[in-house]
Each structure stands twice: as C-alpha cells, then as structure tokens.
Write a protein that binds this ligand. Structure first.
Ligand code: ADP
Length: 338
C-alpha cells in the first residue's frame, strides 16, 4: 500500500500504515521524523521504526487498535514522539508527530515568566522593606534614612535595567531590523575603551586595545555592535580581579572580522559554559547579585550577533581567564531576521 500520497493534517509529520498484507509502510515524512535529516537514510529509519514498534507500550497500543501515547526515543532525547493509532478505511494508520519542539518552547516560555517574576520580586521586596523601615521610625535617624534611601535607589535602578533588558529581548524575538551603516570599526573600539577606561581604572584592571591600523570598513548596525562589545568588555572587567588585564582585539580573518574580548579573570566553569548564552542564566547567582546582573546580557549579545549572521564562542579556564570570540562578516545584510 502506497502511503506517500496520503493526505495528512499539518500537525502530523508522518504516518505508518498497515495494509491487508500486514506489513508496516512508512511515509517519507515518517522517515524524516525517525531519522534526523543528516542521517536520513532509509535503513536507519526502518531500523528505528522496528525498535519503536517493538516497545511494549507501543505493542499494547497496536493490540488495542486505537489510541495515543508519547514516547521519548532512545536515539534522540530531545524528541517527544506522539503516536496516535486510528483505522481509517479498514487499514491501521499510526500517525507520528515530534512534539519535542512545542514542549521545549512551552517550557522556555514558562521559565521566562517564572524568571521575570522572580527577578522583579526581589528588588520590589527590598524597596518595600526599606520603605516600611522608614515608616516605622528609621526616618528619625540620619544614618538609617540615608541607608534606606540609597537601598531604594539601587533597587529601583536594578528594576529599570531589568525592564530595559526585557524590552530588548522582546524586540529581538520579533524581526529586528538592523540599521546598517558603513563605519570604521577602530573608531567603535576606541569609543568602547574610552567609555570603560574609568571603570577599569577603578578596578585596577589594565584595559588594552589591539587592532591593526588598516582595519577594513564594516557595514553593521553600529549601535547594536557597540552594545555587544561594551557588554562583553564590561563583563570582562567585572570578573577580573585587581592587577588583571582585559584585551579587546580586532583581527581580519577570512572574509570577515574577528573580535576577541580576553580577560585574566575568574573564568567560567566548564559545566556552565554551554548555558551562558541562555536567557537569565547566571554562573553563580551570588557573584552576579554582587555585580547586579540578571543573566540577560549574553543572551542579548548572542541574538544581536546572530542577526548580523555572525557567531560567538567562549573559551575559559578557572582562575586563568575567559575569551569571547566573535566572527562577523564585513557586511551584514539589511533587515536580517533573528
Ligand atoms: P548578567 O547580565 O547577569 O551580567 P550575562 O548574561 O552577561 O549576565 O552573563 C552570564 C553569566 O556569565 C554571568 O553569571 C557571569 O557570571 C558570567 N560571565 C560573563 N562574562 C564573564 C567573564 N568575562 N568572566 C567570568 N564570568 C563571566
């Protein structure tokens, strides 16, 4: 029985049918669900189908003749296969849908809302406590008044930063239009250094710029790339102890530019490295609490680089230092979408 021409509702990615002869036949779409596109050879898909059909819970479903169940297959932990069995026109049809992506999206959204609420609640609680303390008598003391007023100010600043970052995230989730212009990257690098020099000096960190004089012009969204580099260099200074060094290095590589932000700081543990570009991810909540971050900075950085069709990688060693490596094409395309 041919199944490839079968009409499938859009959410159903593939079907396996049993004709009168009782031999299961899978559609091309079902094979794609079963074997990732890069190893989508028929034999592997058929092998996986045999494994799937051999699972006790799937056998029970087939015996029941109708119904649905979810299976997380051995070969792809990020897949969640929804199998639903029906009998249209006398033959048995097993519809296969990978609902893993929807489930991941739903859980990301839940996490995002939970994280935002948590991050908002913390400064709000501090503000409420400071205001209550003032009402309950702290107002009378000059020292306490100053202390609680500056607590309120600090926490309000934190709230403002958080709301601003959430707005940037929301904007990036749509289709950010890049405002591209042609400019000299060296000027931008010097601006970043000039802005952060006082911050570095205050922390006794040696801040350096290494770039050849003849860097080519680039066509990027200047403000957004400025924000990216500022953020990385700012982080590097924050996480580098006194007498350390932070280097911003520009190099021409292949047909693009490579930007490295290198520090001699505390490093990022190996276990955290794959997740530091996730929204709200902080390596160690206590150290970020001190530095005031909410874990959105690097996720914004990554979105902006991806919008320019660039890449970002990180290499790090505990108590030796961290290096962020950005590779960007010299000319980004207009209206690149994330
Ligand atoms: P935040 O907005 O809280 O600063 P980021 O997204 O910028 O968060 O960074 C994520 C995590 O990565 C932070 O918890 C921070 O501890 C860590 N991190 C970022 N840059 C560095 C660095 N150069 N050295 C060590 N840790 C870093």
């Amino acid at each position: 029985m041919a199944t490839d021409g079968l009409f499938l509702p859009p959410q159903i990615l593939g079907a396996v049918c049993w004709g009168a002869e009782g031999v299961p036949q899978s559609s091309d779409a079902a094979r794609d669900v079963l074997a990732a596109p890069d190893d989508a050879d028929r034999a592997e898909a058929d092998r996986r189908l045999a494994v799937l059909l051999g699972l006790p819970e799937v056998r029970a479903l087939l015996d029941a003749g109708e119904g649905a169940l979810q299976v997380v297959p051995d070969w792809a932990q990020d897949q969640v296969l929804l199998l639903s069995l029906s009998r249209p026109g006398g033959c048995a049809v097993l519809a296969l849908t990978d609902i893993g992506p929807q489930q991941r999206l739903a859980s990301l959204q839940q996490d995002f809302v939970a994280n935002v609420s948590h991050e908002l609640r913390t400064p709000l609680t501090s503000i409420r406590m400071a205001a209550e303390s003032l009402q309950m008598g702290a107002m009378a003391s000059e020292t306490l008044r100053t202390k609680f007023a500056s607590n309120i100010q600090r926490e309000a600043e934190r709230l403002t930063r958080l709301v601003n970052e959430i707005l940037v995230v929301a904007n990036l989730r749509g289709r950010p239009v890049l405002h591209l212009s042609e400019f000299a990257p060296l000027d931008l690098a010097q601006e970043v250094i000039a802005t952060l020099e006082p911050h570095a000096a205050l922390n006794h960190v040696d801040l350096r710029l290494e770039a050849p004089d003849d860097l080519p012009m680039v066509r990027w969204d200047r403000d957004r790339v400025h924000q990216v580099i500022l953020n990385l260099v700012d982080n590097a200074i924050k996480f580098t102890p006194a007498e350390g060094r932070v280097t911003l290095r520009f190099t021409v590589r292949d047909s693009g530019l490579e930007v490295r932000v290198i520090d001699t700081g505390i490093g990022i543990p190996e276990i955290d490295r794959p997740r530091i570009f996730d929204r709200f991810y902080r390596v160690d909540k206590s150290r970020s609490r001190v530095t005031g971050g909410v874990g959105l900075g690097l996720s914004i950085v990554k979105d902006l680089i991806v919008a320019h069709k660039g890449t970002i990688d990180v290499a790090s060693e505990i108590n030796v230092g961290t290096e962020f490596i950005i590779r960007m094409p010299l000319r980004a395309e207009t209206a690149a979408a994330v």
